[in-house]
Design a protein around this ligand. Structure first.
Ligand code: GDP
Ligand code: MG
Length: 150
């Protein structure tokens, strides 16, 4: 089953959006299979955002993402990578649809609340950076048959 890496950034934590965000993914039908609450080390953040190295916002982005606790998660389910990106919205909150997380709760690109992997390759890469296999728990849910036709 497909998996994606989702992180509630320091602004999302400070703004008390953890419960709201987790509830949206749960209600959609996706399964939380890994989660940790951490202040990321700069080295970890740099690895996560290595595609942006050299860009003007890169150092500020690392300062921000390491500035406080974040909620790092792996969510699992059919189509979760692309659907999570739709649920999250555009990179710039003001260009995000209302109804999306960034569209509903954000204004500035540097305070856009949440991260989500943008492809299968980046999902696999990011999950591997943040979690070991032993930290990911796939499990049967009695709701599976109510979410999936099978
Ligand atoms: P995402 O995949 O939608 O999160 O966007 P990107 O991968 O393009 O960028 C990663 C993160 O870097 C974004 O979520 C923003 O937090 C930040 N970012 C991207 N572009 C800018 C920018 O132009 N200015 C600032 N301050 N931050 C940016
Ligand atoms: Mg990205």
């Amino acid at each position: 089953m497909e998996r994606t890496f989702i992180a509630i950034k320091p602004d999302g934590v400070q703004r008390k959006l953890i419960g709201e965000i987790i509830a949206r993914f749960e209600k959609k039908g996706y399964k939380l299979v890994a989660m940790k609450y951490i202040v990321p080390k700069r080295e970890l953040a740099a690895k996560h955002y290595e595609e942006h190295k050299g860009k003007g916002f890169y150092e500020g982005l690392l300062d921000f993402i390491t500035s406080g606790p974040i909620v790092a998660m792996v969510w699992q389910g059919k189509g979760v990578i692309a659907t999570a990106r739709k649920m999250i919205g555009q990179t710039k909150p003001l260009e995000s649809e209302c109804g999306s997380i960034r569209g509903d709760f954000g204004i500035e690109v540097g305070r856009n609340i949440i991260h989500g992997s943008d492809s299968l390759d980046s999902a696999e890469r990011e999950i591997g950076i943040w979690f070991s296999e032993e930290e990911i728990f796939d499990y049967e849910s009695s709701l599976d048959n109510w979410v999936y036709e099978k």
